[in-house]
Write a protein that binds this ligand. Structure first.
Ligand SMILES: [Zn+2]
Length: 311
């Protein structure tokens, strides 16, 4: 015990946490459990410190209710855990709080490397606002969900577990809605700038609704926002737009339906490498390896990329 006290003395953590740790050991709590509690305590403190250090911006006045809900999700503090893989400021929610107005951000971020590799990132904000809406039913069901989540028997469930229980016991059994399983966009290639986890279902009019969580942390196993409910306005494009992208100059246009792995000529449908028809050139003198762009030598235009957000 004296040895442990010496080690603890060397750690820069609050005295209260050290005392709790010693107290737990003296009460016969297993060292494993006491260490886990200590780690949780430190993580919680860091989360609170980060909340104060990185303030949540004000929602811009011109946002619709749907846009406001999405922005608040993207700014939601999903925690800081000392065992997660993110560095101190690297979590999505922390980076998103640097963004005051998501609408002013490019829907598609394009990075062209000097070797012609193209990285594409579709803004989750622009993607979600194009396909989702907060209608009366989504808000009413969401209120019901949080009443359900706060029942004593459900309080220990994870959000995902709670979504599944709610879908089964309320949406399916009470409302007789058709439930689709849980999806996580980390399970397939797509363009989205952040991961989404969701459960979809159809109401009595066969309209699709979604219970959505956004991945705001660094560690894929945790760090999801609280679930929010939306109506899905166009279900086919909601899924297709996750990996559809177009590129064009004045004389040529290509499209890809697999997040830019394969490109096809819009007119002929022929498989075409963008670097076969367009030249990789630096954006500026002394460009870094990721500061390149594609340029057409025929029409002289820079190649533009755009996602499939209009339907
Ligand atoms: Zn051209």
């Amino acid at each position: 015990m004296e040895d442990i006290k010496k080690i603890l003395d060397g750690l820069k953590i609050p005295k209260k946490l050290k005392e709790d740790f010693i107290f737990q050991l003296s009460c016969g709590v297993s060292p494993d459990k006491a260490i886990r509690n200590l780690v949780e305590g430190i993580s919680q403190l860091q989360t609170e410190m980060m909340e104060k250090a990185i303030k949540q911006p004000e929602v811009p006045a011109d946002y619709t209710e749907t846009e406001k809900t999405i922005a608040l999700m993207l700014w939601e503090n999903t925690g800081v855990h000392i065992l997660d893989s993110g560095d101190l400021y690297g979590r999505h929610w922390q980076q998103n709080r640097q963004i005051k107005d998501f609408k002013k951000q490019e829907p598609l971020k394009v990075v062209v490397w000097d070797d012609g590799e193209i990285n594409l990132y579709l803004s989750v904000f622009h993607f979600l606002r194009a396909f989702l809406a907060r209608d009366k039913k989504s808000k009413a069901l969401e209120r019901l969900f949080y009443v359900f989540a706060n029942l004593p028997e459900n309080r220990t469930l994870s959000w995902l577990g709670c979504m599944e229980e709610f879908a089964d016991k309320i949406l399916a059994q009470v409302f007789e809605y058709e439930i689709h399983g849980v999806s996580n966009t980390y399970n397939w290639e797509n363009l989205l700038s952040q991961g989404l986890q969701f459960l979809t279902f159809y109401d009595e009019n066969e309209d699709m609704y979604i219970i959505l969580q956004i991945h705001n942390g660094c560690d894929i196993r945790g760090g999801y926002t609280k679930p929010r409910f939306f109506k899905v306005l166009e279900e086919d494009y909601f899924f297709l737009a996750m990996s559809d992208v177009h590129a064009y100059c004045d004389c040529k246009s290509l499209y890809s339906d697999d997040s830019g792995y394969h490109w096809y000529d819009d007119k002929t449908g022929k498989l075409t490498e963008p670097t076969e028809i367009w030249k990789v050139v630096p954006k500026k003198p002394n460009a870094e390896s990721w500061e390149y762009k594609l340029k057409c030598e025929k029409c002289g235009k820079d190649v533009q990329f755009y996602p499939s957000l209009d339907w």
